[in-house]
Design a protein around this ligand. Structure first.
Ligand code: PEP
Ligand code: MG
Length: 944
């Protein structure tokens, strides 16, 4: 008979069956695996057992428990009875259990949990006698009926909440704590009536029936709306299923020597190595998580229960060492005895993710490689997100736009229009395309869709571990909770602090980093990488990993055995400086045509295009040359010592001309009005533009074709490049210019143009009497160039994959229109898994690249290969570039840090077995700030 149920002690059996710890996590879920592991480690865990995810998946297929499951569950209950000395359903000595969901990957609050199973009309009396605490017994019973109704039978919370509020009002109570045993008992009667009326039968008195229904409800909650939406957002597979954990109930509400709480072993917002958590005396777990009652900070427990606190600190310390990660724990103290209910790797902010990883590596708990692998490229992205400008914030405090302050639950700046419920927030964000801030007194799992759609979240209640805080942190949504000065009026759809009233649809600014909220829109600024020392340290480790030898197999001479370098696409010196400060070690693409669009240059460019003779064209180009020389000079200076790839003119000439339709309109208007002044010039211009018209301009007169048709432009550009490089060399700057010819389709094109350009290069060097390294190479953007790469490499000293065009031409999708027209539908219909303009299509475009590299290097083993399309900053595409043997990836300066991390991930993931050593020891000084020049081991190694 297949084993569907594992008692907590049977971790060895589970490991044997599942084959690995990863397998155990799949079988028993993350929470279950944690309980088994804690039991094994001797941590005080209440006895219990887990029903496997395999049972859940069988149940999802047939709607029934698989054969043997129930019998095994009953047998496991008997073992729990033995371990606790209590009996399920026995009024004299009752055992109560909870029934909790637990998938492989944590899905906080997305699935069902039922507490206090095992109570009925007799057991509640027994429990009263046993504990001498009738208030607790009747409160527990009413909670069970309520949870059964809402989670097992999907009744609205309101069905129970409303009569309870009415009851409290009739007694003149404000708080639940004012309810007496008699009050709870009366309410149990009411709840049972409601249950029968709503569900159609009596609340089940058979405790095993309760257990069966609760187990089914947890299985079914895997396919609940909330859970499905969460999985979609988190990329968790729908096939995994959830395990069910049946755990002996321990009670935090047994009086003032009892309590319950949640805690993180390090601060999940900042990453600081300091326990952060909250607890409530005389309460049950959901009171803390829901943030409805204000909890005490965990340090206060030391005074109230010193023994339990000491034991708690020792256990959590042990757990962190065991799991080598920040732990998120739940605990209960029952009459002075501490029980650990759960431990899992805690969700954390991007900032905390980096700090915890770096700190733990420095503490020797994990290796530097593990630290690098722990931080995802998305985390780095979040850290480079906008923040509010400090001075704008202090101005706001002075000029009265400060509104309220709460707990800084999830960092980052959010500006948006406020909406008071999740559905409306989602609607306004998705349908009306508004930037939305969702405002609630507190949030519940039902609100998650609204939170995800929002730029920011604000609540007036709850603390740092409330639902709103946990969910927002996980999704990187700026969030302020517990801003208690705010009075929210849900009926009138407004909120107020004193006399300041903000209505639904009004703008506010929420600073999740400091917890402050402002009226109106506040300007944001990009964060500075230089100040993020832990991130800089981590990126330095990432660089060191990539710079190590033997990170890749070298199938032929000249192939890189180190990991990828990260270069940047930058057109202007200021971009190049930013790229360098972000850690780029080269410029992979400078699009020279952008310089032609500057206002003082465009008229000269247009004159050059309209010139009827070569002389006329050269005259205009001679005017442009000093501008271009200056541009290149600035780039070389900014990238002193590093390669700079300058691409010769690429776009079709009509892009530099006025819009045809607008010009036609102007000509017609002048003709109608009889204005002759300037009409002739406009008419001539119109004729010229019409002459340039192409049906398919992206396939037309552009790139190398334009250079062959009109060589004067690129001749001027090459002269400007080499004059600038020569001038810089004379000033002591180390230049490494690489001239890139775009849109090559056949080597014959290079054979035609390249020697002319090389002659200019040589001439300038002779004129200026200097020598420096340089290369001529090409972009691989046309499938034919990739296919014939062996020939192309006879001329080209380097390849750079222009994957924007290569994707366009391989798929035959217009890069300008595809997204607008059909690409989204293609993704929705599953025809395309991802947008191939964002993430490289490995099987098609990627294969062409792979082929081009190996063919190219057959001709020229030292061929330098890069990528400069948008994919150069996308982690999955970067991984592919590592696999196929690129030397570097080039991306926008802002994505350079993400690419550095992604390159290290690729290197670690694909390293050849056992060929590399440990990450080089990084001296404290070197890691504190990334040096601007090539002084560290890492940057020196990159240059090799
Ligand atoms: C490319 O095609 O990928 C590329 C980098 O060139 P552009 O985007 O300028 O066409
Ligand atoms: Mg291109």
């Amino acid at each position: 008979m297949k084993k569907w149920v594992y008692p907590f002690g049977e971790v060895a059996e589970a490991e044997k069956y599942a084959g690995s710890w990863e397998g155990v996590r799949s079988l028993l879920g993350g929470k279950g695996a944690g309980l088994f592991d804690m039991t094994r480690a001797g941590v005080p865990v209440p006895p219990g057992f887990t029903v496997t995810t395999e049972a859940c998946n069988e149940f999802r297929k047939t709607g029934k428990f698989p054969a043997g499951q129930w019998e095994q569950q009953v047998a496991a209950m008997k073992k729990v009875e033995k371990a606790t000395g209590k009996k399920f359903g026995d009024p004299k000595n009752p055992l109560l259990v909870s029934c909790r969901s637990g998938a492989k990957f944590s899905m906080p609050g997305m699935m069902n949990t039922v507490l206090n199973i095992g109570l009925n009309d007799q057991v509640v009396e027994g429990l009263t006698g046993l504990t001498g605490n009738p208030r607790f017994a009747w409160d527990s019973y009413r909670r069970l009926i309520e949870m059964f109704g809402t989670t097992v039978f999907n009744l609205d919370d309101e069905v129970f909440e409303h009569p309870m509020a009415e009851y409290k009002a009739s007694k003149g109570y404000k708080l639940d704590t004012e309810m007496t045993a008699e009050d709870w008992q009366a309410l149990v009667g009411t709840f049972k009536d409601i249950f029968k009326q709503q569900v159609g039968f009596d609340f089940p008195q058979d405790v095993y029936k309760q257990l069966e229904l609760a187990t089914k409800a947890v299985f079914e909650s895997w396919n609940g709306k909330r859970a499905i939406a969460y999985r979609k957002k988190e990329g968790i597979s729908d096939d995994l299923g959830t395990a069910v954990n049946i755990v002996t109930m321990v009670f935090g509400n047994m009086g003032d020597d009892s309590g319950t709480g949640v805690a993180f072993t390090r601060n999940p917002s900042t990453g600081d190595k300091k326990m952060m958590g909250e607890y409530l005396l005389n309460a049950q777990g959901e009171d803390v998580v829901a943030g409805i009652r204000n909890a005490e900070p965990i340090v206060n427990l030391e005074k109230e229960m010193p023994r339990a606190y000491k034991q708690f600190m020792q256990i959590t310390n042990r757990l962190e060492k065991h799991y080598k990660d920040l732990q998120d724990v739940e605990f209960t103290i029952e009459r002075g005895k501490l029980w650990m209910l759960q431990t899992r790797n805690g969700k954390r902010t991007a900032k905390a993710a980096v700090k915890v990883a770096v700190d733990m590596a420095n503490e020797g708990l994990i290796t530097k490689e593990q630290a690098v692998l722990r931080v995802t490229p998305e985390v780095v992205d979040a850290l480079l997100h906008p923040q509010f400008d400090e001075s704008a914030m202090s101005d706001a405090e002075k000029n009265g736009t400060f509104f309220a302050k709460g707990v800084n639950a999830s960092p980052g700046a959010a500006v948006g229009q406020i909406y008071f419920d999740a559905d409306k927030a989602e609607h306004m964000a998705k349908e009306e395309k508004q930037d939305v801030i969702m405002v609630r007194p507190f949030t519940k799992p039902d609100d998650v869709h609204g939170m995800i759609a929002s730029q920011g979240v604000l609540t007036s209640e709850g603390g740092a571990t409330s639902h709103a805080a946990v969910v927002a942190r996980q999704f990187g949504i700026p969030c302020v909770v517990g801003a208690s000065a705010i009075k929210i009026d849900l009926e009138r759809r407004q909120m107020a602090v004193g006399g300041t009233v903000i209505k639904e649809g009004d703008w506010i600014s929420v600073d999740g980093t400091t917890g402050r909220v402002f009226v109106g829109k506040m300007p944001t600024i990009a964060p500075s990488l230089e100040e993020q020392t832990e991130l800089l340290t981590l990126l330095t480790w990432a660089d060191e990993i990539c710079a190590r030898k033997n990170m890749r197999e070298a199938p032929a001479k000249g192939y890189p055995t180190r990991g990828l370098q990260v270069w940047a696409n930058a057109d202007y010196p200021k971009d190049a400086r930013r790229a360098r400060s972000y850690g780029a070690v080269g410029i992979g693409l400078c699009r020279t045509e952008h310089m032609f669009f500057e206002p003082e240059r465009l008229p000269i460019v247009q004159r050059m295009i309209l010139a009827e003779t070569s002389e006329g064209r050269t005259e205009a180009l001679n005017e442009l040359l000093p501008y271009q020389r200056k541009d290149f000079d600035g780039l070389f200076e900014a990238m002193d010592g590093y390669p700079v790839i300058i691409r010769l003119i690429d776009p079709p000439l009509h892009e530099f001309m006025p819009d045809e339709e607008k010009l036609l309109e102007e000509v017609i208007t002048m003709r109608v009005k009889g204005e002759s002044n300037g009409l002739k010039e406009k008419e001539d211009l119109l004729v010229a533009i019409k002459g340039m018209h192409e049906s398919n301009p992206m396939m037309g007169m552009r790139g190398v074709r334009l250079s062959i048709y009109m060589p004067e432009i690129v001749e001027m550009q090459v002269r400007a490049i080499f004059e600038a490089a020569a001038d810089c060399t004379l000033r002591g700057i180390v230049v490494k210019p690489e001239v890139m010819i775009p849109l090559t389709g056949t080597v014959k094109e290079l054979e035609w143009i390249q020697p002319r350009l090389e002659r200019i290069a040589a001439a300038v060097m002779q004129e200026k009497k200097v020598k420096f390294e340089y290369k001529f190479g090409t972009m691989i953007e046309i499938p034919r160039a990739a296919v014939t790469a062996a020939e192309v490499a006879e001329r080209a000293q380097f390849f750079s994959f222009g994957t924007n065009d290569l994707t366009q031409m391989t798929y035959g999708y217009s890069r300008d229109d595809a997204e607008r027209n059909f690409l989204i539908t293609y993704q929705e219909q599953g025809i395309l898994e991802r947008n191939p303009f964002q993430t490289l299509d490995r099987t098609g475009v990627g294969k062409l690249m792979d082929w081009a590299i190996s063919e190219g290097r057959k001709t020229r083993p030292s061929l330098e290969v890069g990528i400069c399309g948008e994919h150069g900053g996308d982690p999955s595409s970067i991984e592919w570039c590592h696999i196929i043997g690129n030397n570097y990836v080039s991306c926008s300066p802002f994505r350079v840090p993400i690419a550095r991390l992604a390159a290290a991930h690729a290197a670690l993931k694909h390293r050849p077995n056992g060929k590399n050593g440990k990450v080089a020891v990084v001296k404290k000084k070197a890691v504190a700030k990334r040096p601007a020049k090539k002084t560290t081991k890492a940057t020196a190694a990159r240059k090799k």
